[in-house]
Design a protein around this ligand. Sequence first.
Ligand SMILES: Cc1cc2nc3c(=O)[nH]c(=O)nc-3n(C[C@H](O)[C@H](O)[C@H](O)COP(=O)(O)OP(=O)(O)OC[C@H]3O[C@@H](n4cnc5c(N)ncnc54)[C@H](O)[C@@H]3O)c2cc1C
Length: 339
Amino acid sequence: MWIYRNTSLRNYNTLGLDYLTDYLVKIRTEKEAFEFFRKGNTWKKPVKIIGQGSNILFTEDYKGTILCIGLGGIRKEKVKGNEVIISAAAGVLWDKLVEWTVSRGLWGLENLSLIPGQTGAAAVQNIGAYGAEVKDSIIKIKTVSAIDGSIKYFDRDECRFGYRKSIFKTSEKGKYLVTRVYFRLSAEPVMRLEYGSLRNELKKGFKPDPSIVREAVIRIRRNKLPDHELIGNAGSFFKNPVLKSAEAAIIKKKFPDLPCYTEPTGDIKLAAAWLIEQTGWKGKRLGDAGVYDKQALVLVNHGNASGQQIFDLSEMIRKSVYEKFGIRLQREVEVVGLH
Ligand SMILES: Cc1cc2nc3c(=O)[nH]c(=O)nc-3n(C[C@H](O)[C@H](O)[C@H](O)COP(=O)(O)OP(=O)(O)OC[C@H]3O[C@@H](n4cnc5c(N)ncnc54)[C@H](O)[C@@H]3O)c2cc1C
């Protein structure tokens, strides 16, 4: 276990915000996770678990303990016909895991290529992109209790996955550390190509190989999204609003160009990026806090923005969208600190 005092969080969040934390503890094994929580009273509270910090906005110095996950290792657990069960430790970088699976010809995670962050957080967040969500492949999750260090498994239904959420972000938030995630993948092609831009990117009659889908996803993403190594960002800052169809119809009548996507439940998902664009925020900046010029959903740190400035910008955008459309955007990024 590595313990640091009064250390910068700059390398622990993809917005590149340079706040301090009182303590930063890095664990590398399940035994260390167990020991960390068993000695619960030793650590300065509150304790916040983080992965790569790619979905977090710090707005001030952290007066507590940041727990970082360094658990590694990917395993093939079981093969039954075309079905392959694998597992990955929570600290494995998500995209390394996707690369590992597609290079073995396994289908299931390829649409989720190039999403930053760790595998444990991917499950906590139920990450999604290009018509896929990670919940579609997860079969169970291993955790360590933050109360007493005991081990508990959750099967997929118990995780209550939803749009960018699971119980680890809602009712059980902060109560469990995810240590390992189990996935069911397929050695036979199972393609999800409902997403128009992905279909267009793939050449007609392409060889059914998950690494070809992965490369197409990577090309699209590199064109559209900023690389957080070059320009600080946390991906989509806001969630796409989901409305009842009657509510969406009222707005559509006023704004006929409004893009609407019908969900399996019959509800209507709207594109938050389009709403923001219509309010004129795309590409704008206030000091070093800005809205990315190629994708209005992404807020960026042009250099020395503070977390508070990025938060304030997000509030202005929410206000503009509310005034124009009557829709309250919700942040996808988690704000940690006062604001
Ligand atoms: C350029 C860019 C593009 C992105 N694109 C997408 C995208 O297409 N789709 C998408 O869904 N997301 C996307 N994201 C958001 C982000 O990558 C995901 O939310 C990712 O899963 C966060 O992983 P992380 O390791 O950085 O977690 P963090 O941001 O560090 O943590 C996220 C949450 O999970 C909790 N947590 C982390 N690890 C654990 C654990 N082991 N046990 C329990 N709780 C834990 C934290 O407390 C926090 O609440 C993008 C981000 C960026 C910067």
